[in-house]
Design a binder for this molecule. Structure first.
Ligand SMILES: [Mg+2]
Length: 348
């Protein structure tokens, strides 16, 4: 580390010389003692020191000097380097002059001329100790700021990482949830999802005393279809039928799920028989539009579907399983009645 500088300024060379000698003797080798014979020269010296990044701990300036007085110089020093300690040497100075510089330049002390050697050294030693302490505090503050910034950066980095991980996890969870609730063949909701929804909608419609319609749909003579065209074609057929049903549903709470094999189930909350028939008609139309040949069918040359449903206003002690049972019976009726149509059974 560079030595701290003590700058002495006086227009009398003899005063400067004795200052220099006394300080060097009294303070030892730890300090660089610079001198200037005018305020202008002093400012020049300060500029040079600043260029060399050298610390100026103390400036001792005479009050009475030609051109720029000591108080003006110290004000300028204070402006440039507030932490430098300022000491003024005063001869016949008035109290007012000292008071003004105490405030404007934050004068550390003043020393009357001629000074006592002992006083001068004590003042300088106390000033230097004060200066070192100030420097230490500044350095600690800077270090504290640095550590704080570093910590802040680390916390931000960690938060960003956690945020990324959370996002990935959420996406994976959504994906898992979707997979767990989707039929892998037809890509529509599976029975698991349907069972959950049935319980939910039953509760909601029970609370609101609203109609809840449940319809089973079954592809007619599907075993014959597989026997005729093979299982791969059978899978394609089921996908097309599933898609037709799904696209026929318009309201967000309407649901179609694959119940198993060639059997699908429709759940239509807030829907009475009239609305349910309209949904069935829409699905039938879409399946007719598909025109999938079915030479094994005994009711048509094309793939057709039978529907059996029931409409309930949920009330205890009835349960969702009764809804399933009755719709299943209705589907049986539809098959008995020649397929490619629909039957509704009353809910008790
Ligand atoms: Mg003088």
């Amino acid at each position: 580390m560079l030595q701290s500088v003590i700058l002495c300024v006086d227009d009398e060379p003899a005063v400067l010389e004795s200052l220099k000698i006394e300080l060097r003797r009294g303070l030892g080798q730890g300090y660089l003692i610079e001198t200037a014979e005018s305020s202008e020269e002093a400012l020049q010296v300060l500029d040079d020191l600043q260029l060399r990044h050298q610390d100026v701990a103390v400036v001792i300036a005479d009050y009475l000097m030609p051109n720029m007085r000591g108080d003006e110089l110290l004000q300028e020093v204070h402006r440039r380097s507030p932490e430098t300690l300022k000491i003024m040497l005063t001869g016949q100075t008035t109290v007012e002059a000292i008071a003004s510089v105490v405030n404007s330049a934050q004068l550390y002390r003043y020393i009357s001329k001629p000074w006592e050697s002992h006083d001068l050294l004590l003042t300088l030693k106390s000033a230097l100790a004060y200066y070192r302490q100030q420097q230490l505090i500044l350095a600690q503050e800077a270090e504290l700021r640095r550590v704080n910034e570093e910590l802040k950066r680390l916390v931000e980095d960690q938060s960003a990482i956690i945020q990324d991980r959370t996002f990935e996890l959420e996406r994976a969870n959504r994906q898992l949830h979707r997979l767990a609730n989707t039929d892998s063949l037809t890509d529509i909701p599976n029975r698991r999802f349907f069972d959950e929804k049935l319980q939910q909608e039953w509760s909601i419609c029970q609370r609101e005393q609203q109609y809840l319609t449940l319809i089973f749909a079954d592809v007619d003579y599907f075993k014959a279809y597989n026997d005729t065209y093979g299982h791969q074609e059978g899978d394609v057929c089921l996908r097309l039928v599933a898609k037709s049903m799904q696209t026929a549903l318009k309201r967000p709470r309407d649901l179609v799920a694959r119940y198993g094999g060639e059997e699908f189930v429709l759940l239509l909350p807030n829907t009475e028989t009239g609305g349910a028939c309209a949904v069935i008609a829409e699905i039938q139309q879409r399946i007719r539009d598909l025109s999938i040949p079915h030479s094994g069918s005994k009711v048509s040359g094309w793939v057709t579907v039978s529907f059996g449903g029931t409409v309930a206003v949920p009330l205890s002690p009835h349960s969702p399983s009764e809804l399933l049972q009755i719709a299943d019976l209705a589907l049986y009726d539809a098959k008995e009645q020649g397929r490619n149509g629909y039957v509704f059974r009353e809910f008790p």
